[in-house]
Design a protein around this ligand. Structure first.
Ligand code: NZQ
Ligand code: ZN
Length: 390
């Protein structure tokens, strides 16, 4: 196992009714805050009123920024940072899904940064320049990204046709409230997409050609089994508390560092290919992942990595057999079948995407060299995977 430092500073308040603590939690860090949220889901569900009520009890001053888009835009980040500077705000509170939380992190960073974080951090990755940020906190309403417990932020620049991620320790939320009842109102479509995103985060860390990481693999198999068990239950029965709670906590654990610390390598090729898709077509992240993942699995499977697929087949799906490649292919088939059972489309054609931008996307994904570790994918490989997914 490789050396690592395990340090996840986010305080998690999990469970029904935890919102009543929000004022006290915020007050530990700030008395003037930027409250950001998406379009209308938190007003419709009544969560907005709850948040305001408990912040008012602690006399927290609130400036609001509403309307964060799914695939949050850099323009929103700039507006939010200007508000923070103008009103001397001390914390950014995101109430929503991953897009809102990612946007809050970018605002928190830009508010304390003298240059342009889009160019310097998202594009150029000059992390050494990012020395401080406002504290970020979140109330999660959609289980998917893990943003509530990690330092990552993915932002879109539609003018440049780019969607780019960055990650920094100082952007991990100081606290996050995870109340599964807030996810009762998430649509079937977004529930399915969230389940796929969570599974994909695990796959990206689970599938590596080395043979180490025994403990990490067993933790990840447990997480995968949890969403495979509870995903269909939440899909059919949106108000099933146990299902929503298990999916929510799995989403946080899947991408907070726990499962990859100490591992030799992780992959992340499917995410990079999906980010190009959502940059060009503004599609839902989990839908893009659900389409690409089985094609990626089929493409990378070879003698150097078949042992990971065999583990996946045995320990997640309970499939065994004499021929490793047959076992691996059955597990891939099971994965696709599972996604389809949640109404995830099978091909890019199903969501109206043709091959016209494939070359451009493949160049974008591989502009800094080959991606992934299961199999190093260059321009030609990425183009081939997009084409197979057509
Ligand atoms: O805008 P509102 O009205 O809130 O509606 C949202 C939005 O339309 C809705 N929604 C959220 N909570 C709801 C709800 N509707 C009903 N009831 C609720 N309780 O769902 C829609 C999608 O929301 P969004 O925040 O975009 O979804 P998600 O959490 O899947 O976030 C996706 C974004 O996160 C990025 C993705 O690329 C994408 O931009 N990612 C962030 C990561 C990270 N920070 O670590 C990692 C991921 O791999 C991912 O790339
Ligand atoms: Zn993801």
């Amino acid at each position: 196992m490789k050396n690592f430092i395990y340090d996840i500073p986010t305080r998690i308040l999990f469970g029904s009714g935890q919102i009543s603590n929000i004022g006290v939690e915020v007050k530990k860090h700030a008395s003037k805050i930027l409250l950001i949220y998406g379009k209308n889901s938190i007003k419709k569900s009544g969560l907005y009123d709850e948040v305001i009520k408990y912040l008012n009890l602690e006399s927290i001053e609130i400036i609001e920024l509403a309307g964060v888009d799914p695939n949050p835009r850099i323009e929103t980040v700039r507006i939010g940072a200007d508000l923070c500077r103008k009103h001397n705000l001390e914390l950014v509170l995101a109430v929503g899904g991953g897009s809102t939380i990612d946007c809050a992190k970018a605002i928190a960073a830009q508010a304390k940064y003298h240059g342009d974080i889009w160019n310097d951090i998202y594009v150029e990755k000059r992390y050494e320049n990012l020395k401080e940020a406002l504290p970020v906190a979140s109330v999660l309403t959609l289980a998917a990204t893990g943003s509530e417990m990690n330092g990552n932020s993915v932002i879109s620049n539609m003018k440049e046709n780019l969607k780019l991620g960055m990650g920094h320790y100082i952007l991990r939320p100081v606290f996050s409230i995870l109340d599964p009842t807030y996810t009762f109102s998430v649509s079937k479509y977004q529930t399915a997409s969230g389940v796929v995103d969570i599974m994909s985060h695990i796959f990206e860390q689970y599938f590596s050609p080395d043979k180490n990481g025994f403990l990490q693999s067993r933790i990840m198999e447990g997480l995968l089994k949890t969403v495979i068990y509870y995903g269909p239950i939440a899909f059919e029965n949106p108000t099933d508390y146990e299902a929503r709670a298990n999916i929510m906590w799995t989403g946080s654990l899947a991408l907070n560092g726990l499962t990859s610390l100490g591992k030799e390598s992780t992959d992340w090729a499917t995410h990079q290919m999906e980010h190009e898709l959502s940059a060009k077509y503004d599609i839902t992240h989990g839908i893009g992942l659900g389409i690409l993942t089985p094609f990626w699995m089929e493409y990378v499977l070879d003698t150097t990595n078949v042992h990971r697929f065999v583990d996946y087949a045995n320990n997640v799906w309970g499939i065994s057999g004499d021929n490793d490649f047959d076992v691996a292919r059955i597990a891939i088939h099971k994965t696709r079948e599972f996604f389809n059972s949640l109404d995830i489309p099978v091909t890019l054609t199903d969501i109206g995407i043709d091959s016209s931008k494939f070359e451009d996307m493949a160049s974008g994904v591989t502009k800094n060299g080959p991606i992934g570790c299961m199999k190093k994918l260059d321009y030609k490989d990425v183009l081939e995977i997009y084409t197979l997914a057509l």
